[in-house]
Design a protein around this ligand. Structure first.
Ligand code: PRP
Length: 182
């Protein structure tokens, strides 16, 4: 078994790299089963930057034809949730397509509410959501999430795409940051 040295700024590991790998396989199968017999083109849209590791691992387990695209939206300053800004839009048209949005974490739900609305206004045939993590206690907007990797408590989590001031995205697990590192 692989031993991962825990980063000095991590108080505890919430989700190990092995658990993430296993869950990506399961979700990839569920997603494939759902989209397999759809007529419209599937486009998987990753929300930068946090979704990058999850997106890369997840799509390897989806065995239907798909396009990938990326959007950059921002909703955090430090540890406080603020306004949602669209920094980069998708490159290819989504009109008439099946859109699967891939997120690292859903907290208040504000980001996804904005992004889902944007795809609907662009004429997407359907919009579904896959997120690695969900923080149910943080929810302000009651948004329907189709695929959830893991639910996590209302703590500041880092790793596997998730950052604190742009750091820790490269950790292969999801952990809780130590108070003294904030
Ligand atoms: C984070 C995360 C989600 C959003 C979730 O993005 O990736 O997009 O916040 O929060 P919400 O449900 O309260 O809206 P962030 O703006 O930190 O961008 P990043 O992915 O580049 O880190």
């Amino acid at each position: 078994m692989e031993t991962v040295a825990i980063h000095k700024d991590v108080a505890e590991i919430l989700v190990s790299s092995e658990q993430i790998e296993e869950r990506c396989k399961q979700l990839g199968k569920e997603i494939s089963d759902y989209y397999r017999n759809k007529d419209a083109q599937l486009v998987v849209v990753g929300l930068l930057k946090g979704s990058v590791p999850f997106m890369a691992d997840l799509i390897k387990h989806i065995d239907v034809d798909l396009e990938i695209d990326f959007m950059d939206v921002s909703s955090y300053v430090g540890t406080d949730s603020t306004e949602v800004k669209i920094l980069k839009d998708v490159e290819n048209p989504v009109t008439g397509k099946e859109v699967l949005i891939v997120e690292d974490i859903v907290d208040t739900g504000k980001t996804l509410q904005e992004v889902v609305g944007l795809f609907q206004s662009k004429g997407a045939k359907d919009v579904r959501i896959a997120t690695l993590l969900s923080k149910p206690e943080g929810r302000i907007i009651d948004i329907k999430i189709d695929y959830i990797g893991f639910s996590v408590p209302n703590k500041f989590v880092i790793g596997y795409g998730l950052d604190y001031n742009q750091k820790y995205r490269n950790l292969p697990y999801v952990g809780v940051i130590k108070k003294e590192a904030i």
